[in-house]
Design a protein around this ligand. Sequence first.
Ligand SMILES: NC(=O)c1ccc[n+]([C@@H]2O[C@H](COP(=O)([O-])OP(=O)(O)OC[C@H]3O[C@@H](n4cnc5c(N)ncnc54)[C@H](OP(=O)(O)O)[C@@H]3O)[C@@H](O)[C@H]2O)c1
Length: 324
Amino acid sequence: MRAAQITALDGPDAVRVAEVEEPTGDDDAVVIDVHAAGVAFPDALLTRGLYQYKPDLPFTPGAEIAGVVRSAPAGAQVSAGDRVLGLTMLSGGMAEVVALPAERVFALPDSVSFEAGAGILFNDLTVQFALRTRGRLAKGETVLVHGAAGGIGTSALRLAPALGAERTIAVVSTEEKAEIARAAGASDVVLADGFRDAVKELTGGRGVDVVLDPVGGDRFTDSLRSLAVGGRLLVVGFTGGEIPTVKVNRLLLNNVDVIGAGWGAWTFSHPGYLQEQWAELQPLLASGAVPAPQPEVYPLEQAAQAIASLENRSAKGKVVLKLR
Ligand SMILES: NC(=O)c1ccc[n+]([C@@H]2O[C@H](COP(=O)([O-])OP(=O)(O)OC[C@H]3O[C@@H](n4cnc5c(N)ncnc54)[C@H](OP(=O)(O)O)[C@@H]3O)[C@@H](O)[C@H]2O)c1
C-alpha cells in the first residue's frame, strides 16, 4: 500500500510517499480501506521530533481516518462495507489501509463525506472534552476561541453553539483567516493583535466566560484579563511556541480558573469515554446541528505540503489528505 512516511526529523520536507506493507492488526482489529486522513498540528511536531511521542524512523504520521471497513471481528459495532471514521490516535493514519481496535472505530453519518469525516474525531472530541468535561460550558455563555481558523479552532466554532454557547468570538491573525472563522460559524471575529481591547468592547467590558486556547505564547495574560468573573481558560495547546506561565494572584483576584485539557491522556485513563463522547456527537453531526468540517483537501502525494501548511501557519481550517 502507499503511505506517507517521516523519514528524517528534518521537518515536513522529509515526508515521502512510499510503498509499505499493509498492517494486519490483531485478530480483534478492524481493517479499513482509508479514503481520507486528517492532518493535525502534532503531525508537524512529529516531523521534527518535537512531540512527546517519538517512534522509530521511518514511520507514518496521522491520527485519524475515514474509510470503508474491509473486515471486522465478530461482535464489533461495524462490519465489512460500512462507512466509518476512526482514530489511530498518534500515528499510522496517512496510509491506504489501517487496522484499529474496534473501540476506536465509529459509523460515519451518511450525510458526511469521507474528506469531512477524516476531520472530525481528533479535533471535535478534544473540543467537546475541553468545553464540556473540563470547561463546564453552560447554556448562554460566551466562548473566545484562539487559533480560530485552525483545526481545533474551527472545530470549537462549529461545536460550541450546539453545546450551549450563545456567542463565539474568534481570534485570528489575518483578514483571510477571519473569513474561515466566519464560515465555521463565529459570531464575531477579532484580530490577534489587540484582541483584548476588541473583546472588552464586544462584551461591554464584562469579558467572556470561556477561553479555548490552542495557541498559548505571549497572548496568555491578555486571555486571562479577557475572562469574566468565574471564567475559565482552557489550555489546549501551544502552537505559538512558548509555554506561558501564570501568576496565580490573577486567579484569586478575579475568581477565574486556568484548566488543562489533555484529551488523549483522559481517554486512556477513562475507558468508555470515547464511546460516551461519540454518543453525544454522532446525532449532532447526523442532524446538522453541528455542521461537518469544510476541510482543505490535499492528495496523498502532497502530504509534505499539507503538513507544512500547519507549521508555516498557512492552513485554512482543517487539513485532510485524500487517499482514494
Ligand atoms: N489538548 C489536547 O488534547 C489536544 C488535542 C489535539 C490538538 N491539540 C493541540 O492543539 C493545537 C492546535 O492544533 P491544530 O491541529 O488545530 O493546529 P492548526 O490547525 O495549525 O491551528 C493552529 C492555529 O494556531 C495559530 N498560531 C499562532 N501562532 C502560530 C505559530 N507560530 N505557528 C503555527 N500556528 C500558530 C494559527 O492561527 P493564527 O495564524 O490565526 O494565529 C493556527 O490557525 C496544537 O498545539 C495541538 O498539539 C491538543
